[in-house]
Design a protein around this ligand. Structure first.
Ligand code: AMP
Length: 225
């Protein structure tokens, strides 16, 4: 039984979703002057939208909300504000996904009060409609059942946190793990396979942080909790 439902997203899918998003924006007849990315998730989609829409002004505002993979760690708030005058500008506010919608709400209110643009529209690749407090003006996928999108730009971070969560639980019964056993259990817990190099890098991080010990048992490398 999968513990956290995940979708493994490829770089190609991201490019395709952003291309589709740009078409929807063009077809609507609205054209932004400036793009504001919500950091960090909105960075890559915002940059791709600049390319597809030929926009040369890209700014960003950092909002903290989901500090860990699939875990809300703080009430959404602006960490690094944007203090520029955008009066008279049409702004496209971009994030990867609208989940609770809180990050977008906070970022939008911040832009309205601090930057005073003439108009703000919101674009995301995914919109989790049953739980989201807002509806983006432009989106590609309406997601009807909550799922964690494992985007390529958070692959190592997510893998490290997912392994930690998994071993905290599974480690109550079993203290020593081979790489193969970790990979198998990871697929069972999350339903995705992020690839060998990511498991290895994540395990190196956990060993470096002292959360796991790496040693050799009968000529085989094992990770010990
Ligand atoms: P939210 O404020 O809940 O709309 O989400 C804030 C940010 O957290 C998003 O822009 C993503 O970067 C990340 N995030 C939230 N939910 C998900 C999800 N289901 N899958 C992947 N990333 C997510």
């Amino acid at each position: 039984m999968v513990k956290v439902r995940c979708k493994l997203v490829s770089w190609d899918e991201v490019v395709e979703w952003c291309r589709q998003l740009s078409l929807k924006i063009k077809e609507s007849g609205w054209s932004p002057d400036t793009i504001v990315a919500i950091a960090r998730g909105g960075y890559v989609p915002a940059r791709l939208l600049c390319d597809f829409l030929d926009i040369h002004e890209l700014l960003s505002v950092q909002v903290l909300h989901w500090g860990k993979a699939a875990e809300i760690t703080a009430k959404a708030h602006v960490k690094y504000p944007l203090k520029v005058n955008l009066s008279g500008k049409k702004v496209l506010l971009v994030d990867d996904i609208a989940d609770t919608g809180d990050s977008i709400i906070v970022a939008k209110e911040h832009l309205e009060s601090e930057c005073k643009p003439s108009e703000i529209k919101v674009a995301t690749m995914q919109w989790i409609s049953p739980v989201c407090k807002i509806k983006p003006d432009y989106y590609v996928d309406e997601v009807k059942e909550w799922i964690w999108y494992q985007y390529p730009w958070t692959r190592l971070e997510d893998t490290t946190q997912f392994i930690t969560k998994m071993l905290d639980e599974e480690g109550k019964k079993k203290k020593e793990w081979t790489l193969e056993e970790i990979v198998e259990k990871f697929k069972e817990w999350y339903g995705i396979d992020v690839g060998k190099s990511y498991y290895e890098l994540a395990l190196e991080i956990l060993v470096g942080e002292g959360k796991l010990k790496k040693r050799t048992r009968d000529r085989e490398v094992v990770y010990e909790l």
